[in-house]
Write a protein that binds this ligand. Sequence first.
Ligand code: NAD
Length: 309
Amino acid sequence: APRTVLISGCSSGIGLELAVQLAHDPRQRYQVVATMRDLGKKGTLEAAAGKALGQTLTVAQLDVCSDESVAQCLSCIQGGEVDVLVNNAGVGLVGPLEGLSLAAMQNVFDTNFFGAVRLVKAVLPGMKRRRQGHIVVVSSVMGLQGVVFNEVYAASKFAMEGFFESLAVQLLQFNIFISLVEPGPVVTEFEGKLLEQVSTAEFPGTDPDTLSYFRDLYLPASRELFHNVGQSPQDVAKVIVKVIGSARPPLRRQTNTRYTPLTALKAVDPSGSLYVRTSHRLLFRWPRLLKLGLRCLACSCFRTPVWPR
Ligand code: NAD
């Protein structure tokens, strides 16, 4: 029988692509429940799903921040059984800390961290009873290492990494697997809009030096990074499809080999100083070198994956 896959945040980006790719699986291994907070936005997904709509893909409402919404969604799934849960819904937050509200920060944790925890709590009893299941988490390379001006977003992804790595140990005993997928920069509409918005945002209470570091150094570097090493949501979804299809799913999987030279900086120096100092130098001392470095990454000077596959 096909495996029921429930995915959160499918109105756009990675979630939408993943839902469509799984629904078009040539071996029809999956029954996809593609969920989104606002069903008014289902048009793009339905168009992309084409003939799969109503066959191997159904669309359902799900707000990961609401207990009622989660309960309602699961009650509509036949038998309430979810074989594969993909925690994809997420929000970003970028900018100087002093200019961000606590409420905005809490929203990031409510969505990215507690949203995933809420869904896991809801599907876990069924998975444990059936002694099978797979929980996939769309984390980020920012779940592995912090990135300047992304403190709260990175913290929310670190929280996910710690939570799910801890849970993975117990769940192995129930034949339930956990996979943290860690994309680098992904070019989605969302990212472009976010960068546009923050370039004109005020960030009240922030000193002029910090504002200038953010606007004049970080934002251009970030645009450059997305331009040079950004992946498409399609490519990220392809990696997740492989992870879901594998007999022994990995605990961690990075999706972008062009980004691995940066994540490797942390892996080769457990003290953490190499990564922090290199990031600092690239941003504040050698912005030109950053441009060059990113070009090199893009030109595949470092194409050879650092991690053996
Ligand atoms: P996206 O904005 O297109 O997708 C995120 C989706 O989550 C949106 O459809 C949004 O409506 C949904 N969402 C937000 N709050 C929700 C809620 N309360 N309930 C249900 N859905 C909600 O961007 P994306 O890049 O496709 O992001 C998908 C995941 O990938 C996120 O977890 C994000 O953190 C992660 N990620 C993104 C990037 C990137 O550069 N874009 C990089 C690494 C990881």
